[in-house]
Design a protein around this ligand. Structure first.
Ligand SMILES: C[S@@+](CC[C@H](N)C(=O)[O-])C[C@H]1O[C@@H](n2cnc3c(N)ncnc32)[C@H](O)[C@@H]1O
Ligand SMILES: [Mg+2]
Length: 217
């Protein structure tokens, strides 16, 4: 099965399962015009996150890693009127683009962007959160999991993106810091009793990757 087939199937299902969405399309266009890297979740993955947040009945979402706000908007759309989402972004440039996209998507009332290194902004956050999406610098995944567990309420869902890395996660000798970050995160999960997790491997327009998803006890 070729990478091209994955992409075509991804597009096929996006065309069947998602209504034409000028807002989400314009987010990706704005990101590209602003020179942001195209490392957002795919449309099907964004919808997956949104459906998960709805299944959970999420009211307070924490996202670590905003980029241009693509996943942020998918998640914010899942919130009820009185729901809130805090998203953490290191880059001022990314945060500015995200703020514009979030405003254009009409969800700015629910979303707060905190600019800075997440490990510096996390201590200022008021929990608890019932849904947490970790998708920033993978080197810090274990630190983010530690914070997520601290800020989560019992029953909260924690999703961590890009945990397969084209299969490179199984290379214990990898010199790639992101691979080692994901491996430390997996190691931590293997010893952590406060969360029950599984992995979902994914293929599609973003290649071969995956999510770890868990429920906090
Ligand atoms: C993969 S992108 C996020 C994609 C986004 N969640 C989406 O799917 O649309 C990762 C983001 O994390 C940000 N980032 C990197 N290191 C960070 C840090 N230490 N603290 C907060 N954000 C960071 C990057 O600037 C980048 O915008
Ligand atoms: Mg990601």
């Amino acid at each position: 099965m070729s990478t091209n087939t994955w992409k075509q199937v991804d597009q096929y299902y996006a065309s069947k399962l998602q209504k034409s969405d000028s807002i989400m399309e314009s987010v990706l266009k704005e990101n590209s015009e602003a020179g942001l890297p195209a490392i957002d979740v795919s449309p099907n993955q964004g919808k997956f996150l949104s459906l998960l947040a709805q299944l959970k009945g999420a009211k307070s979402i924490l996202e670590i890693g905003t980029l241009g706000g693509y996943s942020t908007i998918w998640l914010a759309r899942a919130l009820p009127e009185d729901g809130r989402l805090v998203t953490l972004e290191f880059s001022e440039t990314h945060a500015k683009v995200a703020a514009r996209n979030i405003r254009n998507a009409g969800v700015e009332e629910k979303v707060e962007i905190k600019v800075g290194a997440a490990l510096d902004t996390l201590p200022s956050l008021k929990g608890p959160f019932d849904f947490i999406f970790i998708d920033a610098d993978k080197q810090n995944n274990a630190n983010y999991l530690k914070w997520a567990l601290q800020l989560a309420q019992p029953g909260a869902v924690i999703i961590t993106d890009n945990v397969v890395r084209g299969g490179r996660v199984i290379d214990e000798n990898s010199e790639d810091e992101s691979v080692q970050g994901v491996r430390s995160f997996a190691e931590m999960l293997s010893r952590e009793d406060r969360i029950d997790s599984t992995v979902v491997q994914t293929v599609g327009s973003k290649g071969y990757d995956g999510f770890v998803m868990g429920i906090v006890k």
